[in-house]
Design a protein around this ligand. Structure first.
Ligand code: S3P
Length: 179
């Protein structure tokens, strides 16, 4: 495909395990535009894995660094950007993303998220590393309830299991054209 000109960043938001990075990479390949993983940027800036950062500096310091890293992205960046699950839920980050780009919420229910997280390597996610599978479901339900008012501020809300990456891309391109 010819390189798509988005003119704006497209921020992919949603709970841990909702597939933000996987989808972002697919969309960026399809559209031939860059992909940025916000967590990966934080790892590069801090020089350590996120779990080490949490352990060494605590969550509040991580949220400051997350906000700074997010807001260092220029509004004219043409890229898909996957954000950490908490990124839209702290400070004014979701409003900032809505002002500067297009936000897409990957909306999955707690049970689907649970099965995905069980299948993933939880040690890389500091908020989940000490939890067994039973605790995990109630944690996801509680956190989703707490975070959903932020997630729902996204301009576009999709269930990524019901649409192909190609259909999602078409939808997003249409949305960016009307911005
Ligand atoms: C977090 C999600 C993680 C990472 C950090 C905190 C959260 O990103 O930013 O561990 O608060 O939900 P993923 O959503 O990519 O796992």
């Amino acid at each position: 495909m010819e390189k798509l000109s988005l003119h704006r960043p497209i921020f992919i938001i949603g709970f841990m395990g909702s597939g933000k990075t996987t989808l972002g990479k697919k969309l960026s390949r399809l559209a031939n535009v860059p992909f940025i993983d916000l967590d990966q940027r934080i790892v590069e800036i801090s020089g350590m894995p996120i779990s080490d950062y949490f352990e060494l500096h605590g969550e509040s310091s991580f949220r400051d660094l997350e906000e700074k890293t997010l807001k260092s992205i220029s509004p004219d960046t043409s890229a898909f950007i996957s954000t950490g699950g908490g990124a839209p839920c702290f400070s004014d980050n979701i409003d900032w993303m809505n002002r500067h780009g297009l936000t897409v919420y990957l909306d999955l229910d707690a049970k689907v998220i649970l099965s995905r997280l069980i299948a993933s390597d939880r040690s890389t996610r500091p908020l989940l590393s000490n939890m067994d599978d039973k605790q995990l479901l109630s944690y996801i339900q509680d956190k989703l309830a707490e975070r959903s008012s932020f997630y729902k501020k996204a301009k576009v809300r999709i269930n990524p299991m019901k649409l192909s990456p190609k259909n999602i891309l078409e939808l997003l391109v249409t949305e960016t054209q009307s911005m």
